[in-house]
Design a protein around this ligand. Sequence first.
Ligand SMILES: [Zn+2]
Length: 157
Amino acid sequence: MTIKEIRIKDWLLKVDVEQTTRLYSQLGTFAEECGCIYCRNYTEVAKNFSNPLRSFFELLGIDPTKSAGDISEYEQENQMHLYGGWYHLVGEMLKGPDCMLPPENWNQINLIKIDSFEMGFTRNLQLVSPIFPKSVIQLEFVAKIPWILPDLPEDSE
Ligand SMILES: [Zn+2]
């Protein structure tokens, strides 16, 4: 057991990084689990995230290509696609705002900002994989993701 206390912005988290890493190693990528063109594009981009973004996910034990959680594509804006989604990690939130539950508000809290990612933590769990234990935190994000697949979304519709 390697439970670490991690302080990020206004959050104090207790995270089992080792167990989180082990669970992610058992999951498929978004491309493998869903296979839609948006998930395939996201997975390709996530394989080549910048070092700061990669380090952030590594700190928590998250493999950002893997589908612990869910992603959606919302809209396209100047060649970039707005995605939103979440990842799960083993642990609990000791201190800090809940980015999804009132009285906090996504737009008013001190979000984590790395590259085009805006992220926060919530106890409002959705679609947790059955391989996860009871104690789980959800990392919510929105991000502008470039389109790097040779085929375009319009082609597949
Ligand atoms: Zn998909």
